[in-house]
Design a protein around this ligand. Structure first.
Ligand code: DAK
Length: 258
């Protein structure tokens, strides 16, 4: 793949968008490569993913403006669907995905980070949805996910003004979970990913699904979603192992993802 690399460290997979000449902007090829990398993740082995951008300046500086500039209405819709399908795939991916945002996260870059479960950023990170300044709306889920993450008032302010915000403000409004120096960012993301990977994988997956699916429906239905996914953990090897370890007062647990 030309624009996306994938490596593993134990049960953690690290996906890097690697198109630094264009500040990792998302063109169709990058999106295709990202989709192909997700196809290649062995979710029987990998228990958490980290998604980052190559270089020290940018996570993803948005959808590729050059490619978008001459799209017809039909092509624009198709491009939006391509991105949306991949971002939704990340959002619903069986294992958690941590975005390690190492610089610009503008437009499609901010939207990509918001499709991840957890966002960490470096102190030079810049977030924004500049689309209305380009004559378009956010097209990769920005109007929907930003409002859900930071609330409608703040999302509307960011989107209508097209104003960028820095890492400290992103932290203050809850767009990111934590801010690190550039050097500390990737190690911190990997450390958190490794911590997640140590826990019972079926339980972690079910938590992701319960939170995601539950947020889409009224509370009475959400509680039923939780009940089902809670129940589904029982009779698994990992539920028995986790509880046996507690009862036998031993620290070592061997979670087998079954
Ligand atoms: N697209 C293409 N190339 C980009 C790019 C982008 N988004 N961002 C940067 N680049 C390229 C620059 O053109 C430049 O290329 P060369 O001129 O060297 O060939 C190279 O990356 C370095 O950029 P700069 O020279 O501009 O670097 P600076 O440090 O001076 O500035 C910057 C960095 C991030 C502030 C600046 O590059 C910038 O403002 N970039 C554009 C940021 C932006 O507006 N991003 C949002 C894009 S809009 C939809 C689907 C999707 C979307 C919308 C609708 N549907 C189909 C419904 C999503 C839209 C967006 O994401």
């Amino acid at each position: 793949m030309a624009f996306v690399t994938y490596e593993t460290e134990g049960a953690v997979g690290i996906i890097t968008i690697d198109r630094p000449k264009a500040l990792n902007a998302l063109n169709s090829e990058v999106l295709d490569d990202l989709n192909a990398v997700l196809d290649s993740v062995d979710v029987d082995v990998i228990r958490c993913l980290v998604l980052t951008g190559a270089g020290e300046k940018s996570f993803v500086a948005g959808a590729d403006i050059g490619e978008m500039s001459s799209l017809t209405v039909a092509e624009g819709e198709a491009f939006g669907k391509k991105g949306n399908d991949i971002f939704r795939r990340i959002e619903t991916f069986p294992v958690p995905v941590i975005a390690a945002i190492n610089g610009f996260a503008l437009g499609g870059g901010c939207e990509l980070s918001m499709s991840c479960d957890i966002r960490f950023c470096s102190d030079n990170a810049v977030f924004g949805q500049p689309e209305v300044g380009l004559g378009i709306t956010p097209g990769f889920g920005g109007t929907q996910r930003l409002a859900r993450i930071v609330g409608p008032g703040m999302a509307k302010q960011m989107i209508y003004t097209a104003r960028n915000i820095k890492a400290d403000e992103a932290l203050r409004i809850g767009l990111v979970n934590a801010v690190y120096t550039q050097e500390e960012l990737l190690p911190a993301a990997k450390k958190t990913a490794a911590g997640i990977a140590k826990n019972a994988p079926i339980a972690v997956r079910n938590c992701k699904k319960a939170i995601n699916d539950g947020l889409e429906v009224p509370m009475d239905e959400a509680i039923v979603i939780e009940e089902k996914l809670f129940g589904a953990c029982f009779e698994t090897h990992d539920q028995k192992e986790g509880m046996s370890a507690f009862l036998e007062k031993r620290k070592e647990k061997e979670f087998l993802n079954k």
